[in-house]
Design a protein around this ligand. Sequence first.
Ligand SMILES: Cc1cc2nc3c(=O)[nH]c(=O)nc-3n(C[C@H](O)[C@H](O)[C@H](O)COP(=O)(O)O)c2cc1C
Length: 164
Amino acid sequence: MKVLIAYYSRTGNSQRVGSLIKETLEELPDVVTQIESIVDLKDRSGVGGYAIGGRDAAMKKLTDINPPLNDASNFDVVIIGGPVWAWTVCPAIRTYCSDQGRKARKIAFFCTMGGSGDKRAFSEMERLCGKPPLSVLSLTDGMVKKDGSALKEILKEFSIKCLK
Ligand SMILES: Cc1cc2nc3c(=O)[nH]c(=O)nc-3n(C[C@H](O)[C@H](O)[C@H](O)COP(=O)(O)O)c2cc1C
């Protein structure tokens, strides 16, 4: 199974989850993984970046991203993840889903969040990709920062569902 993990991360939480999913998948037999960071070409740093990011997400805006390094259609499964912004999907993931997500054969999603908006983000991602995900996983910031067996168990369960 060839699995691509593509994530966008502004402050590192989704990057951490993406890397942990990669590690977890590689412990399973016959799985080859690639991980790719989705780069938003709009400056999202600082307080201004936060405010404009929230507004762009709420307005369902696409954004320019770096050309993807991997073609999603070359993988058995593409796992797409990023933060919830304004109770929906953030612009970089919106763009990625409508381009690469649409081309992917099978997809799964993860998101990180302060506490709410995951369901709306996932249903928007499903609509943009044009197909339902094999599995979804949402993690709060508190859960992401925790080390330990509980998170590992959650990631293992999610990873196994992504290979179905
Ligand atoms: C512009 C913006 C809007 C956000 N909106 C929400 C939200 O609606 N719901 C929520 O639970 N968290 C929200 N957050 C918090 C992030 O989803 C959360 O901190 C996430 O883990 C950040 O992931 P990252 O480190 O990969 O960027 C928002 C963060 C930003 C920057």
